[in-house]
Design a protein around this ligand. Structure first.
Ligand code: ADP
Ligand code: MG
Length: 262
């Protein structure tokens, strides 16, 4: 098997038994590559401000295992959000590769990226980004409205609403279905955002400081809710956090220092 095929297969989530020859020429298993949900190789990103180049990521490489919780930590300004945005295809790197489930995603076209974000990735941000004119239930349904044709949405509307209500129940908001975001607390808004991120049954959840705007008590409720739901739905989680206590609960912690993984 060529190296390229072995690499692609290892990134497609299936175990690859690579073979090598021993001293007598027999083919023997070299190693069993672990299935990776995501593999990042040599990522570079530089911002340009008024003609000045600000290098942020200087060759970031990492592997994310399927079904595991990975925390990304680092000082403010170390490039955590930049990295998360690249992983979520919200922005493109200057160079390097991002692979997800055997597919290179950093160079996908706009339509394919949109589809990946709508169907496979769920995202949560520090400031919730709920639409102020919509109710909690409608906010949770937005990804489905965006993803489907009007006709398909209409046909499936009851099924989608049932899933939205079930998720809102799981995050403790079944008594807030018809409230607007300005009638919710910060913790409630973030729990609504969690339900919205999970409505399309994603496989990978990307979260940028989801507790960063909450007090400790509400932060703990949000984390408990998030991790419980992700476990039940067997999600892979990549979470940026400045909270070392949260990072301690992760299966893997990635520390960004000076634009690389320390
Ligand atoms: P963190 O999330 O670790 O606090 P960020 O990824 O937000 O860090 O930012 C890393 C660096 O990149 C910072 O110096 C920030 O000012 C700069 N930066 C982030 N986004 C942009 C942008 N859109 N344009 C220019 N500079 C940016
Ligand atoms: Mg940030």
């Amino acid at each position: 098997m060529s190296k390229g095929i072995a690499l692609a297969k290892s990134m497609s989530g299936k175990e690859v038994h690579e073979k090598s020859r021993n001293s007598t020429g027999e083919r023997v298993p070299l190693r069993i590559a672990k299935p990776h949900a995501m593999r990042v190789v040599g990522l570079h990103k530089c911002y340009r401000k008024k003609g000045v180049e600000v290098p942020v990521l200087k060759g970031v490489s990492l592997d994310i295992e399927e079904g595991k919780f990975t925390a990304i930590v680092g000082h403010s300004g170390s490039g955590k959000s930049t990295l998360l945005h690249l992983l979520g295809t919200l922005d493109a790197p200057d160079s390097g590769e991002i692979w997800y489930d055997g597919i290179r995603i950093d160079s996908l076209g706009t339509k394919q990226r949109d589809r990946l974000r709508n169907r496979t990735f769920g995202m949560i941000f520090q400031f919730y980004h709920l639409l102020p004119e919509l109710t909690t239930l409608e906010n949770v349904l937005v990804p489905r409205m965006v993803e489907c044709s009007a006709w398909r949405y209409w046909l499936s509307r009851r099924m989608y609403a049932d899933r939205a209500k079930e998720l809102l129940d799981r995050v403790g908001l079944s008594h807030r279905l018809n409230h607007k975001p300005n009638q919710l607390s910060g913790g409630e808004m973030q729990r609504a955002a969690i339900a919205r991120a999970l409505i399309s049954q994603p496989k990978l959840l990307l979260a940028d400081e989801p507790t960063g705007n909450l007090d400790r008590e509400n932060g703990e409720v949000v984390m408990e809710t998030l991790l419980g739901l992700c476990r039940d739905e067997n999600l892979t989680i990549i979470m940026v956090t400045h909270d070392e206590e949260i990072a301690k609960t992760a299966d893997q912690t990635i520390r960004l220092v000076d634009g690389v993984v320390a």
